[in-house]
Design a protein around this ligand. Sequence first.
Ligand code: ADE
Length: 227
Amino acid sequence: MRFDIVTLFPDLFDGYLTQGLLGKAIERNLTQIHRHNLRDFAPDTTHRPVDDKPFGGGPGMLIQVEPTVKCVEAVQAQSTTPARTILLTPQGKRFNQPMAEDFAVSERLILLCGRYEGFDQRVTDILEPEEVSVGDFVLNGGEVAAMLIIDAVVRLIPGVLGDEQSNIDDSFSRGNRLLEFPQYTRPREFRGHSVPDVLLSGDHGAIAKWREEQTQLRTNERRSDLL
Ligand code: ADE
């Protein structure tokens, strides 16, 4: 699966793309992540501005329509596989696990990262992207939101996780729309806090039952809206 990130700050992704599970997935060519600098499409090639003041007044600057549309069109043309275009904005549809699962079955995603006060409305009118928000808060730009989406989607690409079952057990995921049960590893006891006996019993039926109960309890306590 290929991701194309359109951004004013491509270097922000440097460390992110080389570390951990994502770094490995890229190394193993399970995913390809390309970065594109919007400034490369600025009409003024000397100072390369891509933002301007809003017509009608108001605070801040907007990203202009011309470099954005040209950049996305150029990125689309790099591959014959058509891409879904996602525009990151706090005004978009809220990202969640079913959306991650839906994105993971597409072959190619273009992630359009805003800065300042966002994009000229005509970006949306012309490109008709899917507008996505990662939560009800305002970030300094779409880059962190793009990382978040890539993180959630890449885990779902077959072969990326060592153990595919963890995708199914994870909180919110297919087969489990509730919160995950608590887990423990060695030591068995630390500062008077012990691992529940049932997990040491070797009784798989009892363990499964306990985990199911914990899932219900935890979800009821913390996120009853999911029940
Ligand atoms: N850009 C700024 N805030 C954002 C948010 N909450 N989600 C997606 N993109 C954003």
